[in-house]
Design a protein around this ligand. Sequence first.
Ligand code: SF4
Length: 253
Amino acid sequence: MKINIDGKECTAEEGEFILQIAKRNGISIPTLCYSESLDGLSACRLCIVEVERSGRRKVVTSCNYPVKNEINVYTHSDKIISMRKTLLMLIASRLIDTTPIKELLDEYEVKKNNRFINNQEDNCIMCGLCVKACEILGSNAIGTAFRGINKKISTPFEEPPQNCIGCTSCASVCPVGAIKYKDEDGIRHIWNGKFKLVKCEQCGSYYATEKQIEYIKEKVGEIENIHLCERCKKKLNANNFKEVFQNIKLNNK
Ligand code: SF4
């Protein structure tokens, strides 16, 4: 199927999301809460675009709008730019300045509006990506608490969460770096919890928590090289490949 994005004809599979098609075709649509590894949450709404079919236009979030027909998509129409500016102003009012937001504010020439500033201490934009990541992992250790302007991401009763394995997946998917953690003296501190870190058997650097390794073993069983850090795993794979390539070369002589 063909769709038209900003005047460019793009090939699309039925059911594919507009954002994926745009990315594949080098068309940039701003996002904050989009992660390639998770389904689109459409929480930050910055990925809005106008979709036109049979002469009628509507505004949709491109991260979770599946393409079913031949459509025209406008990612930077006047209407979209104006709506994005308002969204950015509201998002920025929740935040202490962070790089991804600063760049977007500059790009869209948006200034912070003091009328909406709230005095929260963290940078959370309430996109829910961290909660989703933890849920997919099966830990379900964090969720939303309170309502309105007091709404926040938290552990149950703000206590160290029992289900948390200290994996930091929540922190890695956070688009604005709002989730803080610290590794100190072999202990990881996150969500008011403390987790014993384990060392890579090859290089001796801390790479995961004890609870995380136990959890992986419990869920998927003993996997190859589970006791190695990512760097050593890559090194090992590279050496294996080198050996394979050398053997192929020798056999071809
Ligand atoms: S560190 Fe804890 S809260 Fe964060 S994703 Fe891992 S299990 Fe969930």
